[in-house]
Design a protein around this ligand. Sequence first.
Ligand code: FAD
Ligand code: PHB
Length: 393
Amino acid sequence: MTRTRTQVGIVGAGPAGLTLGHLLHLQGIDTVVLEDRSREYVEARVRAGVIEQGIVDLLTAAGAGERLRREGLVHHGIELQFAGERHRIPLSDLADGRTIVIYGQTEVVKDLIALRLESGRPLHFDVDDVSVHDLDTGRPLIRYRHEGRDAEIECDVIAGCDGFHGICRPSVPAGVLSEFSREYPFGWLGILAEVAPSNDELVYAHHERGFALLSLRSPELSRLYVQCRPDEDLAEWPDDRVWEELQLRLGLEGWTLAEGPIVEKGVTGMRSYVCEPMRYGRLFLAGDAAHIVPPTGAKGLNLALHDVQVLAESITHLVETGSTTGLDAYSDTCLRRVWRAEHFSWWMTQMLHRPEEQDAFDLKLQLSQLRYVTSSPAAATALAENYVGLTSL
Ligand code: FAD
Ligand code: PHB
């Protein structure tokens, strides 16, 4: 058994864990990052693509935004499509000039891994049997196996950044956390295709066959989604069927959706979930480990990085002053933003998706909401400020 010590033990090398490790490194604070998948797997996992301006600023200030600034695509608006028409929401005009940047989560993760390796601080991939102990003491422990050996790290603080299916949240004793959740009868079938995006801005489409989204990753790569069942069998979706469905749902008179080779395809179920508080003793949960939003609001990655920004400041305060005031406020501070994003993501989801058996009254309400949000500056502003990320919360 190898025994080591660190100030902060970080479980999970997704965007939350890697960003936290980097922010703490900049403060001279020791961390060990443990990841149960391989580096190749983590770097290739296609997920989010929309980054709020506040998060771009955070990564830039931390020296992790160099390629993001160079290669990220700045967008000033999105489009909502319904009843055969597209309507633009001019995000920047409505939200004090703020923008979003299109830059794949895969690229954020690659940039952060490169910085971590450069720092020389430990980041272990392919670890097994990770477990956390003594969480209600001042010296919590992480145990794991790596390269055939058992290891134990004594920490001052443990950050549970291990995503929704990780081990940190389930390690909290029963009865401590309150859970709030909603399952949706929808999933998203997402593809990455080697074809130039057919529109300059994202298109969120409400259609009688179900929701569809046109997004992108670069001038050569399109990212597209169609609403499906949460347990949809990918085998029933050969490439031709995916394109056919996208053509039907995104199609408009005088506009064509260009097709190209599909290089990635996957199904994601949709859920909303929050646990409160985002802490137990010296274990702090951040990102998807503590909360999930349906992807319609493009908030998951952004929330994860907001959490670790707050956590890094709180841990730095502890190290510099010995005071736990920051850490004691961590959960409440994060949950204010989390619940705003939960509401926004739920609202976007219920406005745009079609249940298999839709009540005629509900459909009328959706269309009325879409008309309102695309015609009233007040309603459009509410969408815009949430989408680009609220500055004060
Ligand atoms: P994760 O990315 O899940 O990282 C957790 C890490 O912990 C993983 O690497 C995992 O392998 C590791 N791990 C798990 N268990 C263990 C263990 N026991 N020991 C060690 N390591 C472990 N968000 C947006 O903001 N904008 C979008 O446009 C957007 N689009 C999305 C589209 C899709 C299809 C999906 C699925 C998600 C989307 N999201 C989006 C959400 C976003 O991807 C997540 O919210 C984000 O990945 C959360 O980061 P995280 O670091 O908290 O968790
Ligand atoms: C994406 O590009 O993957 C994407 C964009 C917007 C969303 C969700 C995902 O709401």
